[in-house]
Design a protein around this ligand. Structure first.
Ligand SMILES: Cc1cc2nc3c(=O)[nH]c(=O)nc-3n(C[C@H](O)[C@H](O)[C@H](O)COP(=O)(O)OP(=O)(O)OC[C@H]3O[C@@H](n4cnc5c(N)ncnc54)[C@H](O)[C@@H]3O)c2cc1C
Length: 314
């Protein structure tokens, strides 16, 4: 049987879309995988999501959203979406979403695939991934108890993760290419006041050194151009994100980085395909904006499906 909507991604955007779509009684299938994981699910404490003055763990929040969507009969499937093709079903324009080893047909699609950490692209990074190189403090932080770790980056995520790592590590050095942080002021204040965190400004990492585990970073100071070796036990990299949109293979209009372009109603360049959350080109990528996008995308999908079925409320 046809789905009314297939939602690709089980992060806050996809799960909120699932709550709205299933409450609108659309036949809703949510597909998602753990690799890459939802960024929200691997975040420690979230203290800026409204309604949780004591903060809430990212994993807990995602479990609650999933339970809420399931309550209204959204169905879930663990799989990657690998392609989307135009098709026809019962004389109506439809989409075929190819998963791993099967495909599903649907009248509309909501892309909610989020984004993944960008790599530094330096020598040693791939070789030492999982051996001291990490992109997730919540996943790997506890392994660095009483060790000295470097955090590379200067935005919200880098500073949040440095603060998280400071709970375990002996020392955290935040390495940033500029001479001040970009992160939200309250995070900056906390990091600057934390005795375990120090800063290395105007510096970039040119190489990650070590045979079996990280031993040091090769740094370059952008002011005096001097190179140095910086001994440490781990390198946590937070230097931006890449949208998880490769599988769309030119189907939708995107910007240069691959973020999907949509209007205010989350409509993409293809009729019947909507986008929400971090995969969308927009200013602020946060859980609260992902949820807002998800609700709008589901509402737009509902209007589209009802129009297609000839049951739109006029
Ligand atoms: C370390 C860290 C800390 C953060 N802290 C905060 C914070 O304190 N407050 C805040 O508001 N925001 C925070 N953010 C940002 C927030 O997590 C994101 O804005 C939010 O998770 C985006 O939601 P999303 O649903 O768009 O994407 P995601 O949460 O990334 O979820 C994307 C989903 O899509 C799935 N997926 C990807 N590709 C495919 C595919 N081809 N097929 C099927 N499924 C696929 C993934 O498995 C995942 O389930 C943080 C992010 C990070 C990384």
């Amino acid at each position: 049987m046809n789905n009314d909507v297939v939602i690709i991604g089980q992060g806050p955007a996809g799960l909120t879309a699932a709550i709205y779509a299933s409450r609108a009684r659309l036949k809703t299938l949510v597909v998602g995988n753990f690799n890459p994981p939802s960024q929200a699910a691997i975040t420690g404490d979230i203290e800026n999501y409204p309604g949780f003055p004591e903060a809430i763990g990212g994993f807990d929040l995602m479990e609650k959203l999933k339970k809420q969507a399931g309550k209204f009969s959204a169905e879930f499937k663990t799989s990657d979406a690998v392609n989307i093709k135009e098709t026809e079903s019962e004389g109506k324009k439809a989409w075929q979403v190819e998963l791993m080893g099967e495909s599903v047909t649907t009248l509309s699609v909501i892309i909610a695939t989020g984004a993944s950490p960008r790599k530094l692209g330096v020598s040693g990074e791939d070789k030492l991934r999982g051996k001291g190189v990490s992109y997730c403090a919540v996943c790997d932080g506890a392994l660095f108890k009483e060790k000295h770790v470097a955090v590379i980056g200067g935005g919200d995520t880098a500073v949040e993760e440095a603060l998280f790592l400071a709970k375990f590590a002996k020392k955290v050095t935040l390495i940033h290419r500029k001479d001040r942080l970009r992160a939200t002021k309250i995070l900056q204040e906390r990091a600057l006041a934390n005795k375990k965190i120090d800063f290395m400004w105007n510096s970039i990492v040119n190489e990650i050194l070590g045979e079996r585990v990280v031993k040091a970073l090769k740094l370059k100071n952008l002011k005096d151009k001097k190179e140095s070796e910086f001994p440490c036990d781990g390198a946590f990299i937070f230097v931006g994100y890449t949208p998880n949109t490769d599988f769309l293979k030119g189907l939708l209009k995107t910007d240069r980085e691959g973020y999907v372009i949509a209007d205010d109603n989350m409509k993409t360049s293809k009729m019947g395909i909507f986008v929400c959350g971090d995969a969308r080109k927009k200013l602020l990528r946060q859980i609260v904006t992902a949820c807002g996008d998800g609700a709008t995308a589901a509402f737009s999908a509902r209007l589209y499906v009802e129009e297609l079925k000839g049951i739109a409320y006029k």
